[in-house]
Write a protein that binds this ligand. Structure first.
Ligand code: ACO
Length: 328
């Protein structure tokens, strides 16, 4: 039997109040509610408010998680924020989160692994806790992709939403915790999903803004194909690593990018449909935030209970993909 080293002791999430419905997109681009629902499963997404930043979403999700854990911000040793839509070029959004929480004992930095970022963060937190270098770690997935979305491009604008989810990790004391993780990257496929500007390659200029280089570019069909294969493979492998079969999985929490990708992943991993947690209709694709928001919802709705076997699986820009098997 695998002996876990760290476990999730609490979760929190926060999504902003403003909502873009499918009907809203019917007014701004050539699309329809029917197309969006049948192709993606999405109905609504939450959108960050004026004056709000990614660190505000993150800090609120983190406060909710710390409250549940009954910990004070001073107890936190490490803050990891998984995001590709941080507050500023630098410093890391995690530094702003540290300030907002007053968690001054924590080291803080960001993880840039797109939609897989939260699972990459869990793996890093597990490594720090396993080696005794940290006791309490806050892992946050947070995005405000609406700020880097081209709202004249129907191929991408209907897909993304904003929000944050957080988990507090602590040393495992029994058989509950992270049993297995799997992280993978293929940088050769970076051109299929990326933001061309905002960095050294195309520094911001009047021209770069006119060309929309600060917004998301995606070859949807190609991303779809790779996501189906990678997420299916990763789920199967992590279930095996945890010494389970698909039937042992109480809840599969996949990255919420497309309902058809989710269905294909569950089928491949041999997890029954009613064991798959889905909230894509409410939030769209919130990238790194999607799994921790779903995890928090599933726990707060009483669906995920103590002792349940849970699998996370994600795929995103890079390409990156990842999975984790956890006894809650
Ligand atoms: N409304 C109406 N028509 C549309 C829309 C829209 N919003 N968007 C695209 N179309 C059109 C296309 O222009 C295309 O028209 P054409 O055939 O005349 O060229 C047609 O619909 C079909 O396009 P496809 O690309 O074949 O549609 P598909 O079934 O693949 O669905 C989608 C597109 C939803 C984008 C899908 O490919 C997908 O979900 N891809 C994966 C996205 C993803 O997982 N991203 C990963 C992570 S994101 C991150 O890491 C930040």
């Amino acid at each position: 039997m695998i002996k876990p080293k760290s476990k999730i002791i609490a979760t929190g999430s926060y999504t902003p109040d403003k909502i873009y419905t499918n009907e809203y997109f019917e007014k701004i681009v050539d699309t329809s509610d029917e197309w969006i629902r049948t192709r993606t499963g999405m109905k609504e997404r939450h959108i960050i408010g004026e004056g709000q930043n990614t660190s505000d979403l993150s800090a609120q999700a983190a406060r909710n998680a710390l409250d549940e854990a009954n910990l004070s911000p001073q107890d936190v040793d490490m803050i990891l924020v998984a995001t590709v839509s941080g507050d500023v070029g630098f410093p890391a959004t995690a530094c702003f989160v540290q300030e907002k929480l007053g968690a001054y004992n924590a080291i803080a930095f960001d993880i840039s692994a797109a939609c897989s970022g939260f699972i990459y963060g869990l793996d890093l937190a597990d490594a720090y806790i396993s080696s005794g270098r940290a006791k309490y770690v806050l892992v946050i997935g947070a995005e405000a992709l609406s700020r880097i979305t081209d709202y004249s491009d129907r191929n991408t604008c209907v897909l993304f939403g904003d929000g944050a989810g957080a988990a507090v990790l602590a040393p495992a004391e029994d058989d509950h915790g992270i049993l297995a993780t799997l992280l993978q990257t293929d940088g050769r496929l970076n051109h299929l999903l990326y933001v061309p500007g905002l960095g050294t390659k195309n520094p911001p200029s009047h021209e770069s803004v006119d060309q929309g280089l600060h917004t998301i570019r995606m070859e949807g069909r190609e991303v779809f194909k790779h996501a189906v294969k990678a997420m299916g493979d990763a789920a199967v492998q992590v279930i095996k690593k945890a010494e389970w079969s698909g039937k042992d999985v109480d809840w599969l929490i996949p990255h919420q990018a497309n309902l058809r990708i989710i269905d294909a992943t569950a089928k491949r991993a041999n997890v029954a449909q009613e064991r798959v947690f889905i909230n894509i209709h409410k939030y769209g694709n919130t990238s790194a935030a999607s799994i921790p928001i779903a995890l928090d919802e599933a726990r707060k709705q009483g669906k995920i209970k103590d002792g349940h076997n849970v699998v996370f699986v994600a795929f995103g820009a890079g390409f990156t993909w990842a999975a984790a098997a956890i006894k809650m």
